[in-house]
Design a protein around this ligand. Structure first.
Ligand code: GLC
Length: 541
């Protein structure tokens, strides 16, 4: 690992901000760029290296910003371009890098390109989208189903022109036609616009969908119920990614592109790294869906290592994001259905989330945190009359509780509620209370991030799983002469890790010191060979 400097994003910890729900500076109940600026110090205190901001561009908000109507501006809900520039400058002054979301597969149906395409079949922008004539039986052009509403086709019939247009998501999100050179040029220009403003990286939304089989063939019947966006995997996309990669690499400073390649297998996702000439990073979804079980996690880790190692590709790890229930809500949901005492389920789910944080920040690869997981938030419970998302994702997008007051730090003039309700525990589980409490989840994340920084083995080191008792995951990270280990107890019993398992031999030296413990106990002391129920430790020598 010595020699030429490695790109910053290999050792970075990235923090995802969903701007509507992060912090509201103008009191309209919706988070904004000024809210982010007001909390940059808190993010620097936490120790993250970069923030990824979900879309803040002008949008009718049918998909809350993933339906863009102007790629090169800021929606007035969130602020102005000048405020974005100030945000970049202030973040950089704190050594925080900025990654922005780029939505290349589709625009809003209110984007001027699409409005233009609708006016006339011979219009210049018509072919920027994907149109097909009706079939003789009047059915949509193929059997693809849309994301969100999986009973809906990916096609909408446009009466005026008598043709169908393609949308892998909502009908308000028509797919761009990347076979059209004008689209490629325009979307490359969008990248340049933001890279020129100083952003350090791009998160590319469903980027595996920018190439499509020109025949648009039916999906096989056994896959016909799966949204096409999870199946779309064609060779032409790879050339398009190489061109995008060249564009990024023409800028100084290791600008990074991390792709959302939402395919079903890790092997398929791995191909989007190309031969080191496509995506720098790609999200890896199986761990995000993995239940809290050691065999599941072992399989996720094995398949990630096997898929990426031959390409020398760098993994990513994600526990939660704006599209899925938060991991603390996921890990113990079944216990409630089994009728277990809710208070003990809530406690155990926090212990498990703490263990998961240890893995997230010590596995080999770049970790992405989703805002609020550093407080161990649960999803908010959304009453039916407050549901707003067509994809059922409101719970994880609830506003962050900044303090224990009624409005949790959201300026709320009379009569203005935040756009979604807060998570249930917000009066006791919020940023202010956790910052004051050294035993909180927030402090655990901060200690873990600091530990990664102190011990480069934990970020850049080699990775080897080693034997441990059933239900315990154990791995070693090594760089130069530094060796660290992580032990994660997925069981609800105390487990003795005796010399038989060779922890100390594996670390190369004895005794090992507990650098981090998920419940805070024993940190700084020699490891006594015992893992408590649902406890994880990081050991150093
Ligand atoms: C991605 C985004 C999701 C969005 C979809 C359509 O999956 O993460 O939030 O709804 O793309 O843009």
């Amino acid at each position: 690992m010595t020699g030429s400097p490695l790109p910053w994003w290999m050792s970075a910890v990235v923090y995802q901000i969903y701007p509507r729900s992060f912090a509201d500076a103008n009191g309209d109940g919706i988070g904004d760029l000024a809210g982010i600026r007001a909390h940059l110090d808190d993010l620097a205190w936490l120790g993250v290296d970069a923030i990824w901001i979900s879309p803040f561009y002008p949008s009718p908000m049918v998909d809350f910003g993933y339906d863009v109507s102007d790629y090169c501006n800021v929606d007035p809900l969130f602020g102005t371009l000048e405020e974005f520039d100030a945000l970049v400058a202030e973040a950089h002054a704190l050594d925080l890098r900025i990654i922005i979301d780029w939505v290349p597969n589709h625009t809003s149906d209110r984007h001027p390109w699409f409005l233009d395409a609708l006016t006339d079949r011979s219009n210049d922008h018509r072919n920027w989208y994907v149109w097909r004539d009706p079939r003789s039986d009047g059915l949509p052009p193929n059997n693809w189903v849309a994301a969100f509403d999986m009973s809906a086709p990916t096609w909408t019939f446009e009466e005026a022109s008598g043709q169908w247009y393609l949308h892998l998501f909502e009908s308000a999100q028509p797919d761009l036609n990347w076979d059209e050179p004008g689209v490629v040029d325009a979307m490359h220009d969008v990248l340049r616009f933001w890279l020129d403003r100083g952003v350090d990286g791009i998160r590319a939304d469903v980027v595996h969908c920018i190439g499509k089989d020109p025949q648009l063939p039916d999906n096989p019947p056994e896959l016909a119920a799966i949204p096409h966006s999870a199946l779309n995997d064609v060779p032409v996309t790879h050339q398009r990614l190489r061109d995008i990669r060249n564009l990024l690499d023409s800028y100084p400073g290791d600008r990074v592109i991390v792709g959302e390649v939402y395919l079903l297998s890790t092997d398929a996702v791995a191909t989007y790294y190309g031969n080191g000439d496509e995506l720098h990073l790609s999200f890896n979804f199986p761990p995000l869906y993995a239940p809290w079980s050691e065999p599941h996690w072992r399989r996720c880790i094995d398949s990630t290592v096997h898929a990426l190692a031959p390409r020398d590709a760098w993994p990513t790890w994600v526990l939660s994001n704006h599209d899925n229930p938060r991991h603390r809500s996921r890990y113990d949901a079944a216990a409630l259905f089994r009728g277990e005492d809710p208070a003990s389920v809530v406690r155990r789910s926090e212990l498990r989330a703490r263990c998961a944080a240890v893995m997230l920040l010590t596995l080999r690869g770049t970790p992405f945190l989703f805002q609020g997981e550093e407080m161990g938030l649960l999803d908010a419970v959304i009453p039916p009359d407050r549901v707003v998302d067509p994809g059922g994702r409101d719970g994880c997008r609830a506003p962050l509780p900044w303090d224990g007051t009624d409005h949790h730090g959201w300026i709320a003039p009379e009569g203005i509620e935040p756009w979604l309700p807060f998570p249930d525990e917000s009066s006791t589980r919020n940023y202010a209370s956790q910052r004051d409490d050294p035993d909180s989840v927030l402090h655990l994340y901060r200690r873990l991030i600091a530990c990664r920084r102190r011990h480069p083995a934990l970020s850049l080191g080699d990775f080897v799983l080693f034997d441990a008792p059933d239900g315990v995951l154990a791995y070693r990270r090594t760089v130069d002469d530094e060796v660290c280990a992580a032990l994660i107890n997925f069981t609800d019993t105390t487990v003795a890790i005796d010399h038989h398992f060779g922890i100390e031999a594996s670390l190369g030296r004895a005794p090992a010191t507990v650098a981090i413990s998920s419940d805070g106990s024993g940190e700084g002391s020699p490891f006594d060979g015992r893992l408590l129920p649902d406890q994880a430790v990081v050991l150093t020598t």
